[in-house]
Write a protein that binds this ligand. Structure first.
Ligand code: ATP
Length: 305
């Protein structure tokens, strides 16, 4: 029996290993599939790394994944260098598509997107991706150590630099509390991190990369309010002096943005600061009132009132 058990047990381990590698490969191919959507123009130049003005401009951008279904319609906005623009709106409005286009997963069909005054189609993809740090909704962690996962933001970073980024992203204390610290294995085969913890690892990774442009795609999953406030504080410090696009699912994240864009069915239907939009009494003001009353209701329930 034991003779049979050992090979079966081994096969089980092998099966899990292969399945895991296939999952990783799946992710890689899914990414490569997207990468293939665009190609560098012959003779494309790199974005000048020392550009003085890392502004982002969307000019009359229209876009569809499928010609039968327009997603963005005549979208124009600017994020001046060092400023933050936040996008809000119902699910499916096209918010994350803006982030995908800025990272140049796809090219626009009409209009143009420019970074530091350069049309994205005229510069190398590598230089665009070098200039941008993304904190995605759902961070994929590698099946490796916490240290590797953070240092991925800047290969060759020293342990001190990794720790410094982790402290700034407020994940250091959590890492230090685990028995193996920075050598703790994470990912599907290691320590499972909560959504908020994963997002903090992604923030640390991005802080280490220190790009001039930041895209923050807020997690849709509800975080508890303490976690949410912590992530907002980290985001605020990460976004300092960076040109930042925030795709927001909760209005509390956008209050401090220099400009808020309200999107609906691929169009910008309202724009302004939090105060201006409240004063307009339009969709944003309605969304805000709705969110406030939902929060008050939850508070009342939690407090048993
Ligand atoms: P959410 O708040 O739910 O994240 P969103 O406003 O960010 O939504 P997008 O992710 O930009 O919305 O999606 C806009 C529309 O484009 C959706 O209807 C979605 O189904 C569609 N879409 C997104 N990605 C693709 C794709 N790769 N191929 C085809 N359609 C897509």
């Amino acid at each position: 029996m034991i003779q049979l058990y050992i090979p079966l047990n081994f096969l089980g381990v092998l099966y899990r290993e292969i399945k895991q590698s296939l999952t990783d490969l799946d992710k890689m191919f899914a990414l490569m599939e997207r990468e293939r959507e665009v190609a560098d123009k012959p003779g494309a130049q790199a974005l000048p790394p020392g550009a003085a003005d890392w502004s982002v401009r969307f000019e009359h951008v229209s876009f569809h994944y499928d010609p039968a279904r327009p997603i963005l319609r005549d979208v124009s906005f600017e994020i001046p260098a060092g400023r933050t623009v936040a996008v809000v709106g119902p699910s499916g409005a096209g918010k994350s598509t803006l982030a995908r286009l800025l990272y140049r997963f796809y090219d626009v069909q009409q209009g143009r997107i420019a970074i530091a005054g350069h049309d994205l189609r005229d510069v190398t993809q590598a230089s665009v991706r070098q200039a941008i740090g993304i904190v995605p909704q759902d961070t994929v962690l590698f099946n490796d150590t916490v240290e590797y996962n953070i240092a991925y933001g800047r290969p060759g970073a020293s342990r001190e630099e990794v720790e410094e980024a982790a402290r700034a992203a407020r994940i250091h204390d959590f890492i230090a509390s685990t028995p193996r610290g920075y050598q703790t294995m994470v990912g599907e085969r290691g320590l499972k991190l909560s959504g908020g913890e994963k997002q903090r690892v992604a923030i640390a990774r991005t802080l280490l990369k220190d790009p001039p442009i930041l895209i923050f795609d807020e997690a849709t999953s509800a975080l508890d309010s303490a976690n949410e406030r912590a992530i907002q504080a980290e985001l605020k410090s990460a976004a300092q002096n960076k040109t930042t696009l925030v795709i927001a699912h909760r209005l509390s994240t956008v209050v401090d943005a220099h400009e808020i864009l309200v999107m609906e069915a691929g169009r910008i239907v309202e724009r302004g600061t939090h105060q201006e939009l409240l004063a307009q009494g339009g969709r944003y003001a309605d969304m805000w009132a709705l969110q406030q009353s939902a929060e008050a209701e939850t508070f009342t329930e939690v407090m048993g009132m």
